[in-house]
Write a new protein. Structure first.
Length: 300
């Protein structure tokens, strides 16, 4: 099992995207993080970021952002690599200059001024963020990893496939997780989010369950992960009881209406399932476990 702070470029991307209310499943906007970052940023970069975020929100709000945006953390592996291409427009960038050509190809296929603006925003934020990451965030993330590691070890007993996955902690992600081909990135417990260390393990478990399912459809992948993990937690041993409690609390916090509506339209769940899972948040863990075992009925 490998647990480590995420690298500076990924953290920079998450930092910028946490300022933009994109909407949709990949949105990582968080007003708490935005307020915390504003209090720690120099005035000039903070103003630039607020202005650029407002433009992107107008263009991409309500889920209009292309899916390729959410793969951006994979494009490079360091802020130094970003600074080396800062004078090159995204649309003209050769694939030889990036670490993930598939991401660049997807971004260039979409194209447009908004993607160029996001690239320019990242380049403009890079100098101060690299210094901030090196002096402050990398240290805070290393400390967070020490607190999270025992929980990840417990989580791997619930879902053994997690033991072979690289897991990274990101300061700006909060109570969110992201799955990439060679790693899972989850939010770290931080002063701005007041998240318990075990919640990072819960996020990693969910992302791993999505990966294990292998579904191409987002809705089916999420449903398979939610129900499968609920069953695993329902049968948790004594040493995983606290992890199961955190998982149930996380499930209760989720806004599932868009996903449930899509699942009902696909015929995966019925109307009564949709209502129960939306309205009975505190029972979600038990309901999801039951639906995994008996898909045709909720049980009461």
């Amino acid at each position: 099992m490998r647990l480590a702070p995420t690298h500076g470029f990924s953290e920079l991307v998450f930092h910028v995207l946490a300022h933009v209310p994109l909407g949709g499943a990949g949105c990582s906007y968080d007003p708490r993080y935005r307020a915390w970052a504003r209090a720690h940023m120099p005035e000039e970069p903070a103003q630039w970021l607020e202005q650029d975020a407002a433009v992107l929100e107008r263009a991409w709000g309500q889920g209009r952002a292309p899916a390729a945006v959410h793969a951006w953390p994979e494009l490079l592996e360091s802020v130094a690599e970003l600074q080396a291409i800062a004078t090159v427009e995204l649309g003209a960038l050769p694939i030889s200059r990036v670490r993930a050509p598939w991401v660049l190809q997807r971004l260039q296929a979409v194209g447009g001024p908004e993607l160029e603006l996001l690239h320019a925003t990242l380049c403009a934020q890079a100098p101060w963020h690299a210094s901030w990451y090196g002096r402050v965030l990398s240290v805070a993330l290393a400390r967070a990893a020490d607190r999270v590691r025992p929980w990840i070890e417990r989580a791997a007993l619930v879902l053994p496939s997690l033991a072979s996955t690289r897991i990274e902690l990101a300061w700006a992600l909060g109570s969110r997780g992201r799955s990439f081909p060679a790693r899972i990135v989850v939010g770290a417990p931080a002063e701005w989010n007041e998240m318990e260390p075990g919640m990072s393990a819960v996020l990693a478990l969910h992302e791993q369950a999505v990966r294990d399912g292998g579904h191409a459809s987002y809705a089916r992948a999420e449903w398979a992960a939610l129900t499968r993990l609920a069953v695993r937690m329902d049968g948790a041993r004594t040493e995983q009881v606290e992890l199961a409690r955190l998982h149930a609390r996380w499930l209760a916090s989720l806004e599932l209406r868009p996903l449930l509506a899509e699942l009902r339209a696909m015929g995966v769940i019925g109307h009564e399932h949709e209502l129960a899972l939306h309205e009975e948040r505190e029972r979600r863990a038990a309901l999801l476990a039951h639906l995994h075992r008996e898909p045709c009925g909720l049980g009461r």
